[in-house]
Design a binder for this molecule. Structure first.
Ligand code: UT7
Length: 317
């Protein structure tokens, strides 16, 4: 509900509107109210997805939530909290932890569940109250992140115009320390000392992450296009993770995606981690840009490091 602008941040840390916009492309980000938790944002997105899919919430037989800012550290999962708030009381529900790659990671799980016939209507939610794990005295991170949620219903279909064609998801744990919330897990349990040292907040070596992000996001797209015998000109919508406009621009230019076919929301929402891709998809849908059968290329990268890309035909009604 609240908008945090670059001018607001200028009052909190040593930065400037010009620096933030030039280095990241971000103008503002949304911040949830103190009363709202990640699940509340997720529920709002889920209700819209259910309505647009034209199904009854009771038809949902699996709920997965991707988040790095869950309502509770250990349990219950945010997916269970969302299920309860939606009144779906007998359903398989769990969270996944893949940072910013969470939405595409869970899309690959949904594809497997649907194609195996194990599930019929799956609710995927990428939701973050990331402001709860951001240190607003650290100018290297606080300028980047924002809160938000996006959701999708993945259902069984025989129609090739609604297919999830291919997904590539991977990780390399060697880079874990470059983007990390070190504390309040089992390694450094929550204590006064952990909190005093701000280990409960996101720490990032931004420039190292930046370089690896550009390389990985680019290679990932090259791989998935080659594997599917597609040219970038055959993609209707390139929907990259919205972390930094300069990262998107480097990948876009290298792969020759026209700017008109690239979905950009980073200026108004900043980096919303697992919510970034479904929020971008939603904006493009609400602007009337995405039509049924359009070929979307999703491309994401995040802490872990994790990364993932997907070729998806939009099956929305
Ligand atoms: O979603 C998961 C993946 N995350 C990302 O993809 C984020 C990747 N990283 C980035 O987007 C960029 O690295 C940042 C936006 C975080 C930083 O931009 P950069 O161009 O890599 O800057 P830098 O870290 O190399 O810092 C350059 C200078 C430094 O000053 P000196 O040492 O040159 O005097 C920083 O101290 O900019 C300074 N700086 C700032 N100045 C004003 C760093 N942050 C700020 C700031 N305002 N907010």
């Amino acid at each position: 509900s609240q908008i945090l602008s670059n001018s607001d941040l200028k009052k909190m840390v040593d930065t400037s509107d010009e620096w933030i916009e030039k280095r990241t492309g971000i103008k503002e980000r949304r911040i949830a109210s103190a009363e709202e938790a990640t699940s509340d944002l997720g529920v709002k997105a889920a209700l819209i997805a259910i309505e647009r899919a034209g199904i009854d919430a009771k038809e949902i037989d699996l709920i997965i939530c991707a988040t790095l800012s869950p309502d509770h550290l250990c349990m219950p999962s945010t997916a269970c909290v969302i299920a309860g708030k939606l009144g779906i009381n007998d359903v398989m529900a769990f969270d996944i932890s893949a940072a910013c790659s969470g939405f595409v990671y869970m899309l690959s799980m949904a594809k497997a569940y649907i194609e195996s016939g194990m599930k019929k209507n799956i609710l995927l939610i990428g939701a973050e109250k990331i402001s709860s794990v951001v240190d607003y005295t650290d100018r290297g991170t606080c300028i980047l992140f924002g809160d938000g949620a996006g959701a999708a219903i993945i259902g069984a279909t025989e129609d090739k115009n609604e297919a999830i064609l291919d997904i590539h998801a991977s990780a390399d744990g060697r880079y874990g320390d470059l983007l990390i919330t070190p504390g309040c897990g089992s390694k450094f349990p929550c204590s006064q000392e952990t909190l005093d040292n701000k280990l409960n907040f996101i720490k990032m070596q931004g420039n190292d992450v930046y370089k690896i992000a550009v390389k990985t996001l680019t290679n990932d797209v090259i791989d998935i296009l080659e594997k599917n015998n597609l040219e970038s000109s055959q993609i209707d919508h390139f929907i990259p993770h919205q972390a930094n406009f300069r990262i998107i621009e480097a990948v876009r230019a290298k792969l020759n995606f026209p700017i008109e076919k690239t979905v950009l929301t980073v200026a108004k929402y900043g980096n919303t981690s697992a919510a970034s891709i479904p929020m971008a998809m939603n904006d493009a849908y609400e602007e009337g840009r995405i039509k049924r059968g359009d070929l979307m290329l999703l491309d994401t990268f995040g802490g872990g490091f994790t990364w993932a890309s997907a070729l998806v035909r939009f099956g929305g009604k």
